[in-house]
Every structure is written in C-alpha cells, then in structure tokens.
Design a protein around this ligand. Structure first.
Ligand SMILES: Cc1ncc(C[n+]2csc(CCOP(=O)(O)OP(=O)(O)O)c2C)c(N)n1
Ligand SMILES: [Mg+2]
Length: 897
C-alpha cells in the first residue's frame, strides 16, 4: 500500500476508548517488553495452570485470533518477480477456465470446474515458482497431492510450459476422442507420465499424503532411501475436511513428527451446495483441531493491504469484530458492496465506525484475502519449511470462483458453473489482462505469450531451478528378479501336521523376509491383527517400525518374541486403522514410481474390513498402479467360526471382481499360496505389469497336501483352476466336476469320496483358485471371438478344463454364489453353485456350513438333484439321502433371515 493511502494515514483516536482491566494489559505489555515473547508465553502458561488449581475450569481456547499467524515482522522478503508471476497466473487462470467452457460447449454436460482453480491459483503458483522441487540426483523430490477438481489449472500450466498442446486442452474430458484427451481429474492410470496421486475422491488425498510422508521417513530410517529430502504437499478443500479420512489420521502425523508434510487447505468457505460452515468459521474450527493434534498451524487470512489496518488496531477492536463475523457473512462480503461490509463490521463493533471512515467503500470491497496474496502465501510456505519436528497445516482463506465476477464469484452456484457468456468472458479478460481481441473472445480461445516473452522465460527458469516440471511421474525402479522355486520347496511338499492357510502364508512371508535380495524390500503392514494371524513371531525377528525407537522396557521383554519397536523396524503396525494401513500399502506399493524403490507390501487384514470397508482406497490404489499383496485373513463366511454377522466375509471376492488389474485368489493349500506369491512378484516386479494381488487365507487347520505332479498344475493355479484329484471310478458313464475353493475344497473332496463310493459315479475335483482370473480370461476370449467371426474360435481356459464329458459341474465356495456363477456361461454343461449368501452367524464351522448349505452333504445333494433331473437316479434315492444325512427340508433359507 502506497504512502498516500488514506488507510496508512488514518489516525484513529482509539486510545480514548477505555478498556476494563487495562492495568493488567499494561502490565503484560511491560512484562513482554522486559522479558520477551518466550518468557511471556511461559508466564501465561503458568497462569493458566494456576487458574485451574484455583478452580476455574474453563478450558483454554484452542484457537488464536482471526488474523494471520505470521506477523509482518516475520515475513521473509519475497524473492520472485511479482509482475511476471501475475502474468503467468493470469494466463493459467484464463486457459483453465477456457478448457471447461469450451468442453461444455462441445459436449453439453461434460462437466468440469472453474471456480475451484480460480480460488486456489495463487496457492499453487507460489508453490510452482518457489517451492515445489522435482526429484533430481541430489534431491528426493516433492510429492504433491493436487486438489482433484482443480485439475484444469494444472493442465493449463503444463500448456504454458509446453508439456501439453492446445489439442490436449481442447480434448479435456474427451479421453475417448481419436487424438486422445485429458482425464477430468488426476488419474495415474490414464496419464502415467503426469499424475501420481488420484485425489478426487474427497478425503483420500489427505490420508494418503500423511502415510506417504511417514513412509518416506520409514524408507530413510531403514536405509532404503538416502536422507536427501522431499516434502509431501497436500492441497485440499475446506469442504473436504468433513470427510472422516481427511482428519482421521492427523494425530499420526504429529506423533511421527512429520515435518516433511504440509497440508494446504483452500478455505474458500464453500463446498458444492453452499457454505462449509455458514454459522461458524471453518478456519477457526480447523485451527483448533490441528493445534489440538499437535500440528503447526499457519493461518493466512488477510492480504497485505489489511496490514496497516491491523497495525493501527491497537486494542484489537477490528480483530475482534472480524473474529465475530461468521463464514456465511464473509461469503456474502465477497458479493457485496463496501458499504454493506462497513455496516456489518460496525454492527459487530460500533466503536469502529470512526476508524473505518478512513477507508473508502471501494477499498473495503477490494481488501484481499490472504490466499490470494502471493506475499502472504510465500511467507506461510517459507515458515512451513522452517518448521521442525511437526507437520504444518496452512489454512488459507480464499474466494471460490475468484475473478469470475458476476458469473460466479462467491456464489452458491459457483461450483457448478461451467459456461460463461460473451460478456462474462470479456469481464474475465479485462480483469486478468488477457490479450484476446473482441472478434475472438466469444470462442474462449486458448492463449499463451510467445516463448521469448519475459513471463515465459521466467516460468521456464523457475522450473529449471526447482529441478524440472511437476507433476511428473517417472518409473526409475529397475526390474526385480522374483525368488527362485527352491525357496518354496517346503511348501510344495505339504505338511503332515494340520495348519491353516494363514499359518502357511506367514511361513512363506518369513521365507521371503530371509531372502537376500528381496527380504529387506518386504513391507508387512498390519492393523493390530498380527497376533490374530500368528505373526507375532515377526515382531522380534524384523521389528516394528517406530521413528522413536523403543523408549520403554516392553512388558514381555523376558520372552523370546517380545514386542520390539525400532527405528529400523520393518513391520508397519498401524493400530486399528484399515484406512491408514491401506494408505501405507499404497505408499509402499508405489515407491517404485515415487522413489525408484521396489518395496513389496503385504497388507494383512481381517478380510471383512478390507474390500467392504476401504474399497475406495483399493480402487485408488488400482488407479495408481500399486504393486503388492492384499491378504484377507480370517476369511470365508463359514471358515471363520464364532465371530458372526459383522466379521464373516462372504463377499470380498465379489467386490474384488469389480477392480480392474487386481488378481484375486482364494487358495486352499500352502503350495498354491507359494505359487501365487512367486508369480505375483514375477508379474509385478520383474515383468512390471500393472497388476496387484488379493488373496484370502483362513484359520481352519488341515493337512496341507503336496503339490500334485504335472506341468499344468502351476499354470492352473495361476489361471484359476486345476484338476486336484481326478476320479478313480474308471468304469462309470456318469461323470461330474466338483469345484472347490479355499477351505471348502476339503468339503468337495469329502463329497467326492461319498459320490464315488456310495453312488458309483465319477467325480473330478478341481481347485478353483480364482474365479476372477477365469472370468477375465473367458470375457477376453469371448470378445475376441465376436470381433473375429471368420477366424477359428478360441476357447476360454475354463471351458477347456471342464469340457470332459461331464453331466454337470457343481461349485462350492465360502463366498456368495455370484462368485462361482461368474463363470457359468462358459461351462459346457449344467452348472450349480453353492455359496454363503446371507448374514453370518456366531456358531461352529460345522453348524455354519450346515446353515449355509455348503458342507459335503449339500454338495452330494446338489449332484444327486442333477442326476435326478437327468433321470439317472430315482426320486427315492434322493429322498433317502436327505433323510440319512439329517438334512432339514423345513430349515429357513439364509437369505430370508
Ligand atoms: C468422496 C466424494 N464425495 C463427493 C464428491 C463430489 N464433490 C466434488 S467437489 C465437491 C465439493 C468440494 O468442496 P471443497 O472441498 O470445499 O472444495 P472447493 O471446490 O470448494 O475448493 C464435492 C462434494 C467427491 N468428489 N468425493
Ligand atoms: Mg471449499
């Protein structure tokens, strides 16, 4: 503000206003002058404790006054060229807006957002010009989570940088156009060289960012990554903080002292429908939450032109009045006249009337919010980077739709604003000084200065100085060789004593951990369930990661398997947070791209709390081409006894079917798990395919058989089906196939014995390790056949397997019937599925299998029913069997209960 500005010349006779307790305030000021700020803070703290002892129980407020956290005296000098940065930003604003406007003209309803980028532009641009550093030989690289629906601004910047063309921008939200197009939001799957983090499902960005920052420290503490820096920046909306995932893990960030993490919350006070907190103040609310959680909070509320006003506000009248005004009112300020604003402030504090006379209505209207002032934003970022030992959150106040004027600035409809008419385009052009002629303006053309324009040279220079363009996703990790077969020898041989697939899995994991090359890259992740899965032995063996080591003597220190925490511990013990564990899984499973490190995560969870609970994070991980193994323990609706309705998982494999790129397996035996894991490492880390794995393991103990001999077994396990035990009845014409998965394969084997011995029919028993794999193979082949009618038909793998002159195939699974049904149309004869549709119950395994009708008796009954339909046996035979086996014919249907 210039010297001639009336505000700075204002002389307000505020001293004449008398305050109660004035002498106490004078005393405090004197104390401050004599002893300094730290001693004053200590004094206040002591006073607070003392008042508590005196019985004054009023909690101390977690908020500070409604002003910027960083005083003018602590603002660093802004090192940039403000004018050139303003020009760059204006062009980006224009092009971001034009992308959306043009896309919606071309295809009505194609969508897009103008107002979000309009509010966040300065927050990004200060970052791009001064802070966001790309990965280089020397520097670890900043990882930036951009607010998902602000993507047009990021594309518009890449256009100025020369990374995207006008054609790309023209095809925003037209990904299927011939020339290809730009995705609506950040999707690494769709732009793998550009985006790293899918953020548009609100809340996922922030939680992923927290765990990413923690994982970066984990990698450094374990010596897998050099300590060469790298910040994690997460940009999010204020409305987004309503999502439980956004705030749910913030205490982890402070506990872990993540000073490599910066949240920037774009507090434009609005979400989609209306104000975020019309009757309150989102910035103050978030300040209290983050301060309470131990974060360093930096509020950027007011722009520099407010500074002189506050300077003269010796008694805090203005600050108090502004602190009283609620967000709904501030939103209205952004669309109101200076007179309206003045009257509202005076309504809150009449004593300010003479003071405010020094400011004109126009000035009042134009006073900027902090998030639109590069000086204030720079200062906040600068201080965030200085902070040690704690994460920082920057609460930046902005206006939604900033610069859109009448067409949407601050209005409730602004989020949905996708079209601007000619007048509105003219206004935008004028406000940001974009050189587009009157003739062209109606077309909303894209526009950038010539390459030799000082602004363009500046833009390129800044990025060069900061290590290169961002966002950029680059895979530098070399292929990693999968472990050799011999590592798994013991599992191919089977086990004489009964064990569960969970125990088998843990033994395989232990083997991998001992592997010379791969061992250190394994990242076991558990949400407080290690003991459930019998993994506690690993605590001692490889340690639990803790950035602080172990400051206490563990209660079980005398025991061999004590609870060992260490700075280089390998296990991520996440406590009871599946979402947090999944975020760790994502960080570890994308380290090949973020850091060029091939970490191999194994996230072992209670299978019911996986796909059902955190499905959206799993979806995001597929978007990110995550690598790793999701392991659903205590799986199977009837295999997990006793736990009942909320615990027994009978549908995770159904949900898994919907995730592209995911290979889901329901293995029965130890050797199957060994084959799947070995193949998984081979596919993901050696061949670098964009796939990841899900396997369910159960807690039922049984003898693990040796792997059957034959070349096709290994291949069959991977493809999803192989013949485990062929029929021994050679002299029968009646043949059926039984398909079993997971622990229910054993029920199929029992049924096989009964059918072969008592009913003398031939039964082949197959292990169906993956219906998803079978289905995807069949769908692909079916499609190929449709597209190539003149060529020799290809045969799906499942059809090829089951085309063995059988009368029927009966499949039994511990999951809902839809899972096996998913292959039915490629089975070349009658197909029947048994599964666990309905809510689980607390009872024994045996009772559950009876209840869901999936035990060997029901398998036999299904076969007999088919034989009856085909007139191969008599009705009496079936009736007799039902009676003999005590099968209740009046028992209720599980889906009805
Ligand atoms: C989980 C989820 N729910 C709903 C949406 C739809 N949605 C997109 S943007 C938005 C409003 C965002 O408000 P805010 O976080 O304040 O961001 P702003 O645009 O105001 O910066 C909503 C509800 C979403 N993307 N993700
Ligand atoms: Mg908002």
């Amino acid at each position: 503000m210039s010297n001639s500005d009336p505000i700075s010349e204002a002389h307000v006779e505020i001293d004449k206003i008398s305050f109660p307790d004035e002498e106490w305030i004078d005393a405090l000021i004197a104390y401050l002058e004599e002893r300094g700020p730290q001693a004053t803070a200590n004094l206040l703290r002591r006073l607070q404790d003392y008042t508590y002892l005196l019985g004054i129980r009023k909690p101390c407020p977690a908020t500070t006054p409604y002003i910027n956290t960083i005083p003018v005296s602590e603002q660093p000098v802004f090192p940039g060229n403000r004018e050139l940065e303003r020009i760059i930003k204006s062009y980006i604003r224009w092009n971001a807006m034009a992308m959306v406007v043009r896309a919606n003209r071309e295809a009505d309803g194609i969508g897009g957002h103008i107002s979000t980028y309009a509010s966040v532009a300065t927050l990004y641009e200060v970052g791009f010009n001064h802070f966001f550093r790309a990965r280089t030989e020397e520097y670890g690289g900043d990882l930036i989570y951009f607010q998902g629906h602000s993507a047009p601004g990021i594309y518009a910047r890449a256009y100025l940088e020369g990374r995207l063309s006008e054609k790309d921008l023209n095809n925003f939200r037209r990904e299927l156009s011939k020339e290809g197009g730009l995705p609506s939001y950040p999707h690494p799957r769709l732009m793998p060289g550009f985006w790293s983090f899918p953020t548009v499902s609100m809340g996922l960005g922030p939680i992923m960012a927290i765990y990413q920052a923690r994982f970066n420290k984990y990698l450094e503490n374990r010596g897998l990554k050099p300590k060469n820096g790298g910040y994690v920046w997460a940009f999010l909306g204020d409305g987004e903080t309503d999502e439980p995932e956004t705030l749910g893990a913030i205490s982890l960030a402070s506990r872990e002292q993540l000073d490599n993490l910066i949240f920037v919350i774009n507090c434009n006070l609005q979400r989609l429908d209306g104000p975020v907190r019309g009757n309150g103040k989102i910035i103050q609310e978030l300040e209290a939450i983050f301060r309470g959680a131990g974060w360093n909070v930096i509020k950027v509320i007011w722009g520099s032109d407010w500074d002189p006003l506050f300077e003269q506000d010796e008694h805090g009248l203005l600050i108090n009045a502004l602190g009283d005004i609620v967000d709904g009112e501030y939103q209205k300020f952004s669309v109101s006249s200076g007179e309206y604003i003045r009257n509202k402030i005076i309504e809150h504090e009449p004593r300010l009337a003479p003071y405010l006379e020094q400011v004109s209505d126009i000035q009042l209207r134009q006073l900027r919010r902090g998030g639109h002032d590069p000086i204030k934003v720079y200062s906040a970022y600068y201080h965030a980077l200085q902070t040690q030992g704690a994460p920082t959150v920057i609460l930046a106040k902005t206006i939604k739709g900033y610069g859109l004027g009448e067409s949407g600035e601050g209005k409730n409809i602004t989020h949905q604003q996708k079209k601007l008419n000619e007048d509105e385009l003219r206004e935008f052009r004028a406000r940001f000084g974009i050189p587009i002629s009157d003739d062209e303006i109606a077309f909303a053309p894209f526009c950038k200065p010539p390459d030799d324009h000082p602004a363009m040279i500046y833009l390129q220079e800044r990025r060069k100085a900061l290590g290169g363009y961002l966002p950029r996703r680059e895979v530098l990790a070399p292929p990693l060789k999968a472990p050799e077969n011999k590592l798994f020898d013991e599992f191919y041989k089977g086990t004489p004593r009964p064990v569960s697939t969970t125990m088998a899995f843990v033994s395989i994991l232990r083997k991998l951990l001992q592997h010379e090359q791969i061992g250190k890259l394994i990242v076991p992740i558990v949400p407080d369930e290690a003991r459930t899965f019998g993994m506690e032995g690993l605590f001692r063996q490889i340690g639990i990661y803790s950035s602080q080591g172990q400051k206490y003597d563990p209660v079980d220190s005398e025991s061999v398997l004590y609870y060992k925490e260490a700075t280089d511990g390998q296990i991520l013990e996440e406590g009871i947070s599946e979402a947090g564990s999944m975020a760790s899984f994502i960080s570890a499973g994308t380290a090949y791209a973020s850091h060029g490190i091939n970490t191999i995560p194994f996230f072992i969870f209670y299978s019911m709390f996986g796909f059902q609970r955190i499905g959206d994070l799993i979806w995001a991980s597929a978007d990110m081409k995550v690598r790793g193994f999701l392991v659903g323990g205590t799986a199977g609706r009837t295999t997990l006894a006793g736990e009942g309705l909320q615990h027994q998982d009978g549908h995770s494999h159904l949900i898994a079917m919907s995730v592209p790129g995911l290979r889901a397996y329901d293995p029965a035996y130890a050797y199957e798990i060994a084959v799947i894991i070995q193949e998984g490492i081979h596919s993901m880390y050696e061949k670098q395919e964009p796939v990841f794995y899900y396997l369910t393991v159960g807690n039922e103990n049984y003898t693990m058989p040796p792997m059957p001999a034959g070349k096709k077994i290994r291949e069959g396990i991977i493809k999803g089906l192989y013949l485990f035990r062929p029929s021994t009845n050679k002299n029968t014409k009646i043949k059926v196939n039984l398909l079993g998965s997971g622990s229910l394969l054993n029920e199929a084997l029992k049924a096989q014995s009964i059918l072969e011995q008592e009913f003398k029919i031939g039964v082949d028993v197959w292990s169906a390790t993956s219906y998803k794999m079978l289905r995807e193979n069949a769908l692909e082949i079916e499609r190929w056949n449709q597209l190539h009618p003149t060529l020799k038909k290809r045969i799906p793998y499942v059809t090829e397997c089951l085309n063995n002159n059988s009368l029927a195939t009966i499949a039994v699974s511990d999951y809902v019937k839809l899972v096996p049904d998913s292959i039915s149309r490629w089975v070349p004869h009658k197909f029947v599925s048994l599964g666990t549709d309905g809510f689980g119950r607390s009872d024994t395994r045996e009772a559950l299998r009876d209840y869901f009708e999936v035990d060997n008796r029901y398998i036999v009954l299904s076969v007999l029913s088919v034989l009856l339909q085909e007139k191969k046996i008599s009705m009496d035979t079936v009736k007799k069997y039902i009676k003999e086996k005590n099968i209740s014919t009046t028992k209720p249907y599980p889906m009805d209960l």
